[in-house]
Design a protein around this ligand. Structure first.
Ligand code: GDP
Length: 206
């Protein structure tokens, strides 16, 4: 898209020339779009930075909705990226103030998408670099492995680690749950190119 303010803030090398648009929000499978494009799903705890990561990947500041109110996204948001992929922002999990019955509903919705969606090619499990692996993240990772769903792990908000000792501690923690998490920051664009490379590498031939 033209006139894109976020792209101006990123170095040219990490801001891909990607045309992207919001498609729809779905609160149930009957509202999902047709399975005509390979899908990349973004998963993570509420407020972890999924929407900001999607925006950084497409080089737009406001494609995916970002918010400071964790837990307010209850739908799956679909975006068409580069006329080629759908990016799917899944509802954040692990938000303590959500009533149990709603949490169960979200879990059912997320799991049914991850299990039944044939177009799903890759899940991006997003962690907060400052917090590393938390129990719901580990649970989701085990679930993806048990169901043989390909995924990659991305630790975002790296810019919030202010000194070497914080960065080292973060890496130690991140490596307890995955061999090689990708490190990124939606604020600086760090890691964006590498995540794109990983996404394009995992594409199945159609
Ligand atoms: P989501 O709920 O997982 O989609 O999280 P959001 O993308 O809405 O981000 C939650 C908050 O974290 C917002 O205030 C974002 O501006 C902030 N945020 C997200 N990613 C980054 C990042 O890489 N660096 C910094 N400094 N802040 C970030």
């Amino acid at each position: 898209m033209s006139g894109n303010p976020f792209r101006k803030r990123l170095p040219a090398a990490v801001a891909p020339k990607v045309v992207s648009e919001y498609l729809l929000s779905a609160s149930g499978p009957e509202q999902f779009p047709k399975e005509e494009h390979p899908e990349i799903a973004f998963l993570g705890r509420s407020n972890v930075g999924k929407s900001s990561l999607i925006n950084a990947l497409v080089g737009q500041k406001k494609l995916a909705f970002t918010s400071n109110k964790p837990g307010c996204t209850q739908a799956l948001n679909f975006y068409r990226v580069d006329s080629l992929y759908n990016f799917v922002d899944l509802p954040g999990y692990g938000y303590a103030r959500v009533p149990e019955e709603i949490r169960i509903e979200w879990k059912k919705l997320i799991e049914s998408y991850l299990l039944e969606r044939k177009a799903l090619e890759l899940s991006v499990l997003v962690l907060d670099a400052r917090r590393g692996w938390m129990e719901p993240d580990l649970e989701l990772k085990r679930w993806l492995e048990a169901h043989r769903r390909p995924y990659l792990v991305v630790a975002t908000k790296m810019d919030k680690l202010k000194n070497q000792s914080q960065r080292q501690q973060s890496l130690i923690n991140l490596r307890t749950g995955a061999d090689d998490p990708m490190l990124c920051s939606a604020a600086t664009g760090r890691g964006v190119r590498e995540i794109w490379q990983a996404i394009t590498k995992t594409r199945r031939p159609r």
